[in-house]
Structures are given as C-alpha cells and as structure tokens.
Design a protein around this ligand. Structure first.
Ligand code: BDR
Ligand code: CA
Length: 338
C-alpha cells in the first residue's frame, strides 16, 4: 500500500458521529455476533481477520490497531491492506496505541518480517484510517452498546483495551466477553522462558484487563501450540487459487519458518485465528476456569501468566485443547471460499 493512501484519514468530525463503526445500516441478522478485533498484524493476525470476515456467524464492526509485532503505522497499514484484499473496506480501521503503557515497545520482526505480513503483497487501500483514536473508538462503541453486549477480540498486546478501561471504567459493564490470544501457563514462553509475546509486551495492560471483572477467555500457547497448520492444510488453501487464498498461503509459508526451526514443529501454530475459531464454533475447544494473574514487577519473569486459584474467584477461562483437524478444515474452507 502506498504511503499516500495510508496518510488519508476519514474525518469523523468532532461529534464522533461514526462511533457506531460499521458502515452498513442493514439490520444485523439474529444470532450474528458483533465483534471488534484489536490487532497487530502479523500474519497470524491476518488469517484471524480473514477468517472473521469469512464467517457469517460474526460481524466485524471495527478493527483497532496496536503496536506489537511491528510498530505503528505498519500495523494500521496492514489492517487496511487486509480489508482491501478481502474487498471489505466497509469495516472501519482505527489507529490505536504506539507503545505499551509503561514499558518500551518490543517488536517481533524476527518472526513476521520487516512488514509484519511478509509472504504477501497486500493491495493498496482505497479507504483511510479513521480520525478517532482506537482507544476512544473502543470506549465510544462500548458506551453506545447495550449492557453486556460487546465482544472484544484482542490478538496482540492488551494496550488499547487496558487504556480504554483506565480512561472510561464504565465500559466494563458493556462488555460481554474479551477473548484474548496471549499468555503461557504450563507451556514455556515464546519470548522469554516464561512469557508469551502479547503478555510480555504489555503486562501492565494485561493486569488491568485481568483485574477488571470483565468475562475473559484466554488462548495461551498451551492451546495454540496444538493448532499447527500443516503443509497439507497450506496446500489445500493455496489450491483454491484466489488472490485471498494465495496471499494467505504465502503469509503462512513465510511465518511458519520461525516456529518450525525454533521448536522443530511440523507446521506453524496459528495463534490468533483460534480466537475467531472459538467464536464461530466453541465446540472446537476445551478449557477451564481459574484465577489468573500476570507478573508485572520481577524483571526476570515479567509477563509470566499464572494460575493462583487461592487468590480469588475465577476471572478467566483458560483454553487448553483444540480439535485441530476440524479447526483447520474451517480455516481452509472459509478463507478458500471467500
Ligand atoms: C502472539 O504474538 C504474535 O507474534 C502473534 O501475532 C500472536 O498474537 C503469539 O505469541
Ligand atoms: Ca497478534
């Protein structure tokens, strides 16, 4: 995407009149769950976004970007490019935080490449980013929604969500569920010995979310390392031959190199798409409820997510198992047929 098209902003005026996010005035079909995706694309974020757009059970009301895998403005640019690829530029993109709440930003180009979505060249976007900040959009969208109706799908560091809760705590009652990819419990970390990337990048934001009282479902490495996209899945996806399928397969082929080498795995763990797979068909996954905490103080273990059931009531459902064959059938068919 050219920097010119990225620079274009949609001016929403001063009244936040577009805070409803989705452009369409068409009524939402019964049983379609509206979701907001908070993301740092990232090839696995990209597959998650495509899967969500391809799923009639879900309506993506907005995308908010957050610095993570690569810095701003790349994560915003990638979000816009993915919507252009999918022909879904009706979904608005809001640029979120540039850095974690307290710590310096840590990025992961060593996994995702310098653009974050290496392996594909995304088409230029014809629609720009919205002028409202991503954190303010999350707040506006929550305040306008009925109680306990909003589903937030953060698939990167929790900076935007933590910031929104800190800025406007009354959004808590508006949120039905936060479904987050992050953390590592019995599984080792992928960024330090104990910390998963999204947890490590902004542990303070994660602490705000964990202690907010909002119903939380967590997809840690414990489950996503069982969601391995194997070569035959990638070939099946590529065989659809569409621009979307080829771009998706190209991104996965690039992205799998790191984990296949580091962990000697037969395929790439598709972390972020698990969040969307769960919202489409919860029967694909299994987990249990616990009191979950995160280390924010000890430099050696910062970002470590752990269970301490003696410390309080359950505050999260930790997902630990996936029916990987059924999950990848869903991913391949949905994205292949887009
Ligand atoms: C998480 O970190 C990022 O690299 C991926 O996009 C995913 O959200 C996995 O640890
Ligand atoms: Ca991500």
């Amino acid at each position: 995407m050219s920097s010119d098209s990225f620079a274009q902003e949609i001016d929403e005026g001063h009244d936040g009149a577009e805070a409803h996010s989705h452009e369409s005035d068409a009524p939402r079909a019964m049983n379609v769950r509206p979701i907001l995706i908070d993301t740092d694309p990232g090839q696995d974020d990209a597959i998650a976004i495509l899967l969500a757009l391809a799923s009639p059970e879900l309506e993506v009301t907005a995308i908010t970007s957050v610095a993570g895998n690569v810095p701003q403005p790349l994560v915003t640019e990638n979000s816009l490019g993915l919507l252009a690829l999918a022909g879904r530029e009706d979904v608005p993109v809001y640029r979120g935080c540039e850095r974690p709440l307290l710590r310096d930003l840590v990025t992961a180009e060593y996994v995702h490449g310098p653009t974050g979505v290496d392996g594909a060249v995304l088409p230029p976007a014809s629609v720009g980013v919205r002028s409202t900040h991503g954190v303010d959009h999350i707040i506006d969208a929550c305040l306008e929604a009925p109680d306990a109706s909003v589903t937030l799908c953060p698939i990167g560091p929790l900076t935007n969500i933590g910031m929104a809760i800190a800025k406007e705590p009354s959004i808590v009652g508006k949120i039905r569920e936060i479904v987050w990819m992050g953390g590592a419990f019995d599984e080792a970390g992928n960024t330090t010995a104990v910390a998963e990337f999204n947890a490590y990048v902004d542990p303070h934001a994660a602490h705000i979310v964990f202690t907010s009282g909002i119903p939380l479902t967590i997809f840690p490495l414990d489950v996503t390392h069982k969601a391995l996209m194997l070569p035959h899945h990638v070939e099946a996806l590529a065989s659809y031959g569409t621009p979307i399928a080829e771009a998706a397969a190209g991104m996965i082929r690039y992205y799998e190199i790191y984990d296949v080498d580091k962990y000697d795995l037969p395929g790439a763990p598709l972390h972020d798409p698990c969040v969307i797979g769960y919202l489409v068909d919860p029967s694909l996954f299994r987990g249990s409820s616990h009191h979950v905490r995160i280390d924010t103080t000890n430099e050696e273990t910062i970002g470590n997510t752990y269970v301490e059931d003696s410390a309080g009531e359950p505050n999260a459902t930790i997902i630990t198992d996936v029916d990987a064959e059924r999950f990848f059938t869903l991913v391949v068919e949905r994205i292949g047929e887009m």
